[in-house]
Design a protein around this ligand. Structure first.
Ligand SMILES: Nc1ncnc2c1ncn2[C@@H]1O[C@H](COP(=O)(O)OP(=O)(O)OP(=O)(O)O)[C@@H](O)[C@H]1O
Length: 621
């Protein structure tokens, strides 16, 4: 790779980021040798279409000899009835040729159609399999695997498999058939000249392979550099507020220019390589024709070959040489498909870091009761060698609200991640309603869980559809009822089309407060026994704030709840406040008890109050 053009607006660290991103992508092998196991597994995906697949194989075999047979028939007509002036024979011969042509093209239609349908069916199943596999992964998987990787499995890798299924196998059969037919006719007509042709073939193969490999590498680099351009564009538009707020326009424009320059460089290299290969292949065949003209002419002059045979020989030679380039290309595609298949199947076969214990049973959900949650000396690390929680012990009695307080990175989210069984403790014991978390099925627990995150995630769709995500079979009246219980129905109905208002990407079109209330309603709809809430830090106007607090109290009433609290009013209402510092539980009690203790929390509280006074609000973090 040539050294990157440096843009004056780009800091070294940013150039580094781009280069690192490229390296990561380049780590993925583009080619992989043909592997019988992978091929067999891939073809197993055509099982549901086995009749079509078998018909396709038969059609392909027939077609593989039809094309050279047509050309051979043409050369026979020229060398026979035409050369020997058999006028009576000519119309019959041409009619036969026409019927063969009709059959050939009729079969071509089915060969194309069936191959595309077969490829599409495999691609559809593979994509659905990948999605299913990704969905069953625990959260640790998503920390480790980049979104871009998952997307490229579903897009470019599966596409390379489509080419493998619908083209490589069938095109290669046709091409081999052409070669074989041509070889038989050529050897039959003049075996000496045929041996010369066979001796020239490897040269064509080597030239072709060398350039095809380079072309494939460049094509991939071009596609990847373009996806970097589109990804950066999308991110820049999404983050425009930050860009303008921090006056980063010039820096970002520089970064973008660099990505464009990269993409242009790969495109030009691709065009140059292609511009060498195509003329070179053409030159090769002209060179071969020259050699054959010379030798064929020599043999004809010396009476070792008929002129009619020489004509047939030339027609057939084309069917012998053309497949060499095509098969070379298909071979390349096959190696790319192998690399794609290996990655796709690796993802499909990936074992989750952990799964529910086979002996796990559902957690009963007695109506109208909160869940009892007990942490007994719990230790945890996202990476087991780097613990982020140490010996955490506390009990949340049914119906209690637990406020989690602490500096950033102190472990608040980690505690709620464990309580929701998104991760498992590394040591100690976590009990839900007195049962070890390992013995409970994740599904049954999640059904009893109402989650409201700080960055509330809303899907594109109507507000009603978004609220129903929690309970797809809920009627509109049930949704209204939930909103009514939170005393926020009027706010949601005041939207342009009420509950049927379309929500843009990530909840665009709703204010922060409206988004929160929609998420509270979504959580309440499942009548959860355990509520997990990461309170929003963004400040909202006092009136909405009051409505939110009221809705929150209604949501938490009678349920056990964990709140990563950022608002003083929430902490004051909590039954227990847990103060965390560097993954350790350092203080515990009610707000009043902790203030009286004059310890860590009291100091934090002093800061909150001062901040609150300055802000005139009740936000604490
Ligand atoms: N997905 C993750 N993978 C690896 N480490 C993580 C992950 N999430 C958090 N951590 C680390 O775990 C520690 C505790 O993080 P946690 O998110 O629990 O803190 P927090 O108190 O919720 O912080 P904040 O208030 O900023 O959200 C931090 O050191 C953090 O860097």
């Amino acid at each position: 790779m040539k050294p990157r053009e440096k843009d004056p607006g780009l800091k070294p660290v940013e150039i580094g980021l781009v280069v690192r991103a490229e390296r990561n992508e380049e780590e993925e092998a583009q080619f992989r040798p043909l592997e019988w196991g992978l091929i067999r597994r891939l073809f197993a995906y055509t099982k549901t279409q086995s009749r079509k697949r078998n018909a396709l194989i038969v059609i392909t075999l027939v077609r593989s000899i039809q094309l050279p047979a047509l050309t051979w028939a043409m050369s026979v007509i020229i060398a026979g009835p035409i050369a020997h002036h058999h006028l009576g024979m000519l119309p019959w011969a041409v009619a036969g040729y026409g019927v063969l042509g009709l059959l050939t093209d009729g079969l071509f239609h089915f060969r194309q159609r069936y191959a595309l349908e077969l490829g599409e069916s495999v691609v559809k199943t593979l994509r659905a399999d990948i999605f299913r596999c990704v969905q069953r992964m625990p959260m640790s998987f998503f920390n480790r695997v980049k979104l871009g990787r998952i997307i490229s499995r579903v897009t470019s890798d599966v596409e390379s498999l489509r080419v493998g299924i619908q083209d490589v196998f069938f095109v290669s059969i046709v091409q081999f058939g052409n070669m074989l037919f041509a070889a038989v006719v050529m050897a039959w007509r003049d075996w000496v000249l045929f041996l010369v042709v066979v001796a020239m073939a490897p040269l064509l193969w080597v030239v072709n392979r060398k350039f095809r490999t380079r072309l494939s590498l460049l094509t991939r680099a071009t596609t990847e550099s373009f996806s970097r351009v589109t990804a950066t564009l999308a991110e820049s538009v999404n983050g425009m507020r930050v860009t303008q707020g921090f006056v980063r326009q010039q820096t970002n424009a520089g970064l973008f220019r660099n990505l464009l320059a990269d993409h242009a460089r790969y495109n030009i290299a691709l065009a140059r390589t292609s511009a060498i290969l195509v003329p070179l292949l053409e030159l090769n065949s002209q060179f071969f024709i020259a050699v054959m003209l010379l030798l064929g002419g020599w043999r004809t002059f010396h009476g070792q070959m008929e002129i009619g045979d020489l004509i047939q020989f030339f027609f057939m030679a084309n069917f012998f040489f053309a497949p060499i380039a095509t098969i070379g290309n298909q071979y390349n595609q096959a190696l790319i498909a192998m690399a794609g298949a290996e990655r796709v199947f690796r993802l499909i076969d990936a074992k989750p870091d952990w799964e529910d214990d086979p002996a796990a049973t559902p957690l009963p959900a007695p109506a109208g009761t909160g869940m009892r949650v007990e942490f007994r000396g719990v230790g945890f690390g996202y990476d087991p060698t780097k613990p982020v929680l140490h010996e955490v012990s506390f009990t949340a009695e049914p119906g209690q609200t637990i406020a989690l307080v602490g500096h950033t990175g102190s472990g608040k989210s980690s505690i709620i991640n464990l309580a929701a069984k998104f991760y498992l403790p590394t040591s100690g014991q976590l009990l839900l309603d007195g049962r070890d978390v390992h013995s409970i099925t994740s599904h049954s627990l999640h059904r009893q869980l109402g989650m409201v995150q700080q960055q509330n995630f809303l899907f594109t769709g109507t507000l009603l559809e978004n609220i129903r995500v929690a309970k797809p079979d809920a009627t509109e009246e049930e949704v209204r009822d939930a909103a009514r219980q939170l005393d926020c129905l009027d706010i949601l109905e005041a939207l342009p089309k009420g509950l049927h208002t379309e929500i843009g990407e990530r909840g665009a079109g709703l204010s922060v407060g409206q988004r929160q209330l929609a998420c509270f309603t979504r959580a309440l709809l499942v009548d959860p026994r355990l509520v997990i809430l990461d309170e929003a830090t963004s400040s909202i106007d006092a009136l909405t704030e009051a409505r939110l607090q009221k809705a929150l109290q209604a949501l938490l009433r009678g349920r056990t709840s964990f709140v990563v609290a950022h608002r003083l009013s929430t902490i004051r209402h909590a039954d227990q406040v847990l103060v965390l510092d560097q993954g350790r539980l350092i203080e515990r009690g009610t707000h009043a008890e902790l203030v009286a203790l004059r310890g860590h929390y009291a100091a934090l509280y002093e800061q909150f109050v001062q901040m609150d006074d300055r802000r005139g609000g009740s936000t604490v973090a």
